[in-house]
Design a protein around this ligand. Structure first.
Ligand code: ALA
Length: 865
């Protein structure tokens, strides 16, 4: 049997021998692409190459791309587990031609690889082509020799597009007949049908068009080839198993599930095994892209994947930690094709455990709510779970709707599905409205086609802060316009650094508009949000653009300081420190990174010192644009969205030959570390399991902070009649005095309590004794002594103490009141709406400001009868 890894290798080798450049898989997160949430095909990293916006890395390329089909146009989520070939995560092997070869070669390569290298039986293979594509049909029949009876034509099924917009074209597919064991031909078991018998293994797309939002399409500059051969599907055929999940690598996960559960996979429970073994792979690869479960965006998708898997695991039995237990095995499978995927395994396991616990909490709380509702429904003799109940479970409790269905079924109840959908639509409409109300940039992106036709914005912000420019495009909103210029010194928000602010002026400086925010609209166009009440330049006019220098200078200082701190953290804490997110602005820098424990004071000091030493050394900071390969070779730190084919900017602190810090970065930086001015960590805290956040200051904000601190020290010194350098001694003395006075007070209070005790005894006929200590806080020790007041079995004593606005009470009963004391306390406190508690014969709490002690006593006496 050919192992899955051997199949990967044979594919890359085959195309390498045919002049294709082997490139590694791109990220699962498409960089800067608002049309796509996850990479869903091998061509995604090359989207801009197909569109002619980027130079191809080579005329022909081959890759094995990590893909996720779980959102947007290609979404197989709900099918996974129920068919033999749908996965959320899968690997797509592909060959790409950027204008060098087209249909004939692409078809011939595919056929040769499958029949000669993989040894697939020709008699079991079918080809499909687009209705309009006679050329491909002819190649299949005449050149390759596939009988016409095994060439089928389809319309939409043979036209491929990545998303609603972007590159697209007709395609030809190769299908494989798995044979009689998978069902007789007919019904769903036909080419292109939903049955298990015929499986599409390879799709060859002839990229010819670009599609726009309005549905129109244009020819691409050069017709290209994009192919996708599903690794798991080919492995299924070659390894003679019945599904993707039976292939040699994925099967290792099944074996692990069997080990954990003690249950063997059978035709009856195979869906559960399939779902778990698929979803846990998506889980690992998403964690590896720094995605964590959350309630939004990609994090939400990850949460849904996990919850679906846990639900299917739950059907096998009580296995709350199924996913975290599987991760080590999954990482050990994939560390060969994806080296490094197991590096942060401990961290991933910890994240997943936290999420598993959360899920079981959700299920517990949701089940309680659902149980109550089911009781009500049964009382009303209904057979339906109302739509708003199902929606509340889904929306408020995060309870999976499928689980509501399953539990409903156990009670012979059905969900009012249309009511549920209505609630869901309503909520979606609300959030859609909210989105569109407050996001002008988002609205502008919707008219992308027009913007994409404009010349690229030339970014000059590395060299200058002031420039003359021409307005190329304007989209006007009520209080602001989005302007696009031919060139700009304004940095658009990206890579953690927030966009510049500043001004647009007419050329003679008479009129000024404020630039309030700058964002990238497409990979080549920068949008400026400009409030147009004072100045509203028209398209075509020449204007002067000026970045707010002070803000930008502080931002640059914070950005370079961030790079230095990142390196310092790795030096001090270890190489596991990886950036998880950052904010770089004129006010501060914020940096999130992976690290399990709280940093010690000494560690923080070491990091600060490391950075401050580099600032004092006045090191040069410079940038170099290179190919991604070169950057990788020079060891630059890379995090978000590396892009194929594109050139990258390496930012170096120190000498390029022996850098203090080297990162890929498009941001703006100081020219010399001395401009950072200094560095100080303000806070260090945990923001999620295994992730810490540092907030730090440099440049002007640091000076302001130090001024504030100096002022505060001066003020304290003055108040203590001391000097700033001696202030801590003065505070120490004050603390000592305070402790001594407290001790003395405790002694006096002890005496006072004894005196009260005598009084209680001598006035034993009183039903309730009242003592007040206005304005005095009772130390804990004194509170503990209060029980002495109720030494007589029949005594009831009320003590009030503390400042008038925060007066507190202590209520003490003698032994004869046990156990009724609790009932009396509860009645009394709830009658007066008091907050408090206690047990046995002692109770305490806070008084309401407007209820007088005398009244409280009176109410109590009424209850003592
Ligand atoms: N991009 C094509 C697909 O994903 C090859 O099917």
């Amino acid at each position: 049997m050919k192992t899955t890894q051997a199949i990967r290798q044979s594919f890359l080798d085959y195309f390498k021998q045919r002049d294709h450049l082997i490139m590694p898989s791109g990220s699962l997160i498409p960089p800067e692409d608002p049309t796509l949430m996850f990479t869903n095909a091998g061509m995604v990293p090359f989207k801009d190459v197909f569109l002619g916006k980027e130079v191809p890395p080579a005329p022909a390329v081959t890759t094995i791309q990590k893909c996720l089909r779980i959102s947007g146009k290609h979404n197989d989520f709900d099918e996974v587990g129920f068919t033999n070939r749908h996965c959320t995560f899968f690997e797509m092997m592909g060959n790409f031609s950027f204008g060098t070869y087209f249909k004939e070669e692409a078809i011939a390569y595919a056929w040769e690889y499958l029949t000669k290298v993989c040894g697939l039986d020709q008699a079991r293979m079918f080809a499909t082509v687009h209705l309009s594509d006679d050329e491909s049909a002819k190649i299949w029949h005449k050149k390759i020799g596939v009988p016409e009876s095994r060439i089928r034509r389809f319309d939409e099924d043979n036209f491929w597009q990545m998303a609603d917009t972007g590159p697209c074209g007709p395609c030809t597919e190769i299908h494989y007949d798995l044979g009689e064991d998978f069902g007789t031909v007919g019904g769903d078991n036909i080419i292109g049908g939903h049955g298990n018998r015929f499986v599409e293994i390879w799709n060859l797309v002839f990229m010819q068009f670009q599609k726009f939002k309005d549905g129109s399409q244009e020819n691409l500059k050069a017709p290209c080839v994009d192919t996708g051969l599903g690794l798991e599907r080919l492995a299924m055929v070659m390894q003679g198993v019945d599904s993707n999940f039976g292939t040699e690598e994925v099967m290792r996960i099944t074996h692990e599930v069997e080990k954990i559960t003690g249950i063997s996979k059978t035709p009856k429970n195979q869906v559960n095994f399939h779902v778990i073994s698929d979803h846990v792979r998506s889980l690992l690869f998403l964690l590896d892209e720094n995605i964590l479960p959350s309630n939004e965006g990609r994090g939400y998708v990850l949460r849904r994947i996990m919850r679906r898997a846990l639900r299917f695991a739950g059907e096998l039995g009580d296995f709350p930690n199924m996913l975290s237990s599987l991760l080590p095995e999954v990482a050990s499978i994939y560390k060969t094709p994806y080296p490094g995927i197991d590096q942060r395994l401990d961290e991933y396991v910890a994240h997943v455990k936290t999420e598993e616990d959360k899920f079981f909490d959700v299920v517990k709380r949701g089940s309680r709510f659902l149980d109550d509702e089911i009781q009500k429904i049964k009382k009303e003799n209904s057979t339906q779970i109302p739509g708003d109940v199902a929606f509340k479970l889904h929306d408020t409790y995060g309870f999976p709707i499928d689980l509501t269905r399953v539990i409903g079924k156990q009670h012979n109840l059905k969900i009012d599905e249309s009511g549920f959908e209505k609630n869901l639509d309503h909520q979606k409409n609300i959030s859609r409205k909210q989105d569109s109300q407050d996001n002008s940039f988002e609205k502008v992106r919707q008219s992308l086609k027009q913007i994409e036709e404009l010349p690229e914005t030339d970014f000059k912000g590395y060299e200058t802060l002031k420039i003359e420019a021409t307005v190329l495009h304007k989209i006007k909103f009520e209080s602001q316009s989005i302007l696009i210029f031919d060139q700009t010194p304004f940095y658009p928000t990206g890579g953690g650094q927030i966009g510049d602010v500043g001004f647009v002026q007419d050329l003679d400086g008479g009129k000024t508009a404020v630039v309030t925010g700058v964002e990238r609209l497409t990979s080549s166009h920068i949008g400026h949000a400009v409030s147009h009440d004072a100045f509203d330049p028209d398209v075509g006019s020449r204007v002067s653009l000026q970045v707010d220098k002070e803000k930008r200078t502080d931002t640059m200082a914070h950005h370079t300081a961030t790079h230095l701190m990142h390196k310092a953290l790795q030096v001090v804490l270890g190489s596991h420190v990886k950036q998880q997110g950052s904010y770089v602005g004129p006010d501060q820098l914020r940096f999130d990174f992976s690290h399990a424990q709280k940093m010690s004071v000494a560690e923080k000091q070491k990091v600060s010192d490391w950075v401050n030493i580099r600032i004092a050394q006045k090191l040069p900071v410079s940038a170099k644009v290179t190919s991604i390969e070169e950057a990788r070779k020079s060891g630059a730190m890379m995090f978000f969205g590396e892009k194929y084919g594109s050139e990258v900017r390496q930012l170096c602190v120190g000498d390029f030959k022996q850098p203090e810090s080297l990162e890929l970065c498009g941001g703006t930086h100081v020219a010399n570390t001395s401009e950072i001015g200094g560095f100080e960590i303000l806070s260090e805290q945990s923001i999620a399991q295994g992730i810490r956040r540092i907030v730090a200051l440099s440049a002007t904000p640091l000076i302001e902070e130090l001024k504030k601190r100096a002022q505060a020290t001066d003020d304290i010194a003055r108040l203590l009649q001391s000097s700033p350098s001696e202030v801590s001694d003065a505070v120490k003395r004050l603390q000592e005095q305070h402790m001594a006075q407290r001790k003395a007070l405790e002694g006096i209070l002890g005496e006072l309590i004894k005196a009260w005790q005598v009084k209680v005894k001598s006035e034993s006929q009183e039903k309730c004794h009242l003592f007040e200590l206005p304005e005095i806080e009772l130390p804990k020790k004194a509170i503990k002594q209060l029980h002495l007041l109720a030494a007589l079995p029949e005594a009831v004593v009320l003590v009030f103490y503390g400042e008038a606005s925060q007066r507190r009470f202590a209520l003490l009963f003698g032994s004869q009141w046990k156990p009724s004391s609790k009932v009396i306390f509860e009645k009394w406190s709830s009658g007066l709406s008091l907050q408090g508690g206690g047990g046995g014969t002692q109770f305490q709490g806070a008084c309401l400001a407007d209820v007088k002690p005398e009244i409280m006593k009176k109410e109590l006496i009424n209850l003592l009868k």
